[in-house]
Design a protein around this ligand. Structure first.
Ligand SMILES: [Zn+2]
Length: 272
């Protein structure tokens, strides 16, 4: 990527006077100065043969970036092999939906440790990721917000080294929540980016997928999303670190204010 894009997760809210669909949402988001949207395939793949043409046309007309967030019902470390296979099927279905509209990245959470050791969970998940066919869309492994969920930065960076079709999605707010408020200032953010640079190389920072949002958490990790200004997530220092490392790719805002907070991120980034 030649620059850093800012966008939203799901549909915009606008002024409340109209309901958006993906196509009208893309048009609106572009008109207010944003460039990306993460389609929400969390319950089902809602790009269909019926709406794919209009979404694709609007995306191309607006030079827009599309990613998608995969199902919440994915556990590549499920106890039953059958459930692991169903998880792989959900990932493949999502990739097929996203490819209809020329999306770039499918983001998902890999699953839970359950009773397994971290090492065993890692090996099972790796074995499953290696089964996924590469169809021109990157599998983006997302850092998770709870200690019971597989997906520390270190685990995901290691998987990205071992599985060629996989890239990283850094959800800074999840890392913050998982650590019960661990990302306090500039140094904590630069440490993360330095770790990625040292282990995955410049190429990873030149095309990084990022989630940022206000977040509510306790010692068990993430609870729910908040607006940026309601939360203690230090988005200003986070953006400073991102800028100093000259990160390129896409930042998706997650939270109740949707495009309003995405614009806050973009404007803050441009001013620092
Ligand atoms: Zn996620």
């Amino acid at each position: 990527m030649d620059r850093l894009l800012f966008g939203i997760s799901g549909l915009p809210i606008g002024d409340g006077s109209r309901r958006f669909d993906y196509a009208s949402g893309i048009e609106y988001i572009k008109s207010i100065g944003l460039d990306a949207m993460e389609l929400l395939f969390v319950r089902n793949v809602n790009v269909t043969d019926k709406n794919k043409h209009i979404i694709l046309k609007t995306k191309l007309d607006n030079e827009f970036y599309l990613s998608a967030h995969g199902s919440h019902y994915i556990n590549l470390n499920a106890d039953e092999t059958e459930k692991q296979e169903q998880s792989l099927e959900r990932i493949i279905k999502a990739v097929e939906g996203l490819s209809k509209v020329e999306g770039r990245s499918l983001i998902f959470h890999l699953g839970f440790y359950l009773k397994d050791s971290k090492k065993d969970a890692y090996n099972t998940i790796k074995k499953n990721l290696l089964k996924l066919p590469y169809k021109g869309i990157d599998y983006r492994l997302e850092t998770t917000g709870k200690g019971t969920q597989f997906g520390t930065l270190e685990e995901l960076v290691s998987l990205c080294q071992e599985v060629e079709s996989c890239k990283l999605c850094i959800d800074f707010s999840h890392i913050h929540a998982r650590g019960n408020g661990s990302l306090k200032g500039y140094d904590e953010f630069t440490k993360i980016l330095e770790y990625v640079l040292n282990n995955l190389g410049r190429v990873a920072l030149d095309d990084l997928h990022i989630h940022i949002g206000g977040i509510n958490y306790n010692e068990k990790g993430e609870k729910n999303h908040l607006s940026l200004l309601e939360s203690d997530f230090n988005y200003i220092e986070c953006l400073k670190a991102i800028k100093d490392f000259n990160v390129k790719g896409c930042i998706i805002l997650e939270g109740p204010l949707v495009e309003k907070d995405a614009l806050l991120l973009k404007n803050t980034y441009e001013q620092i």
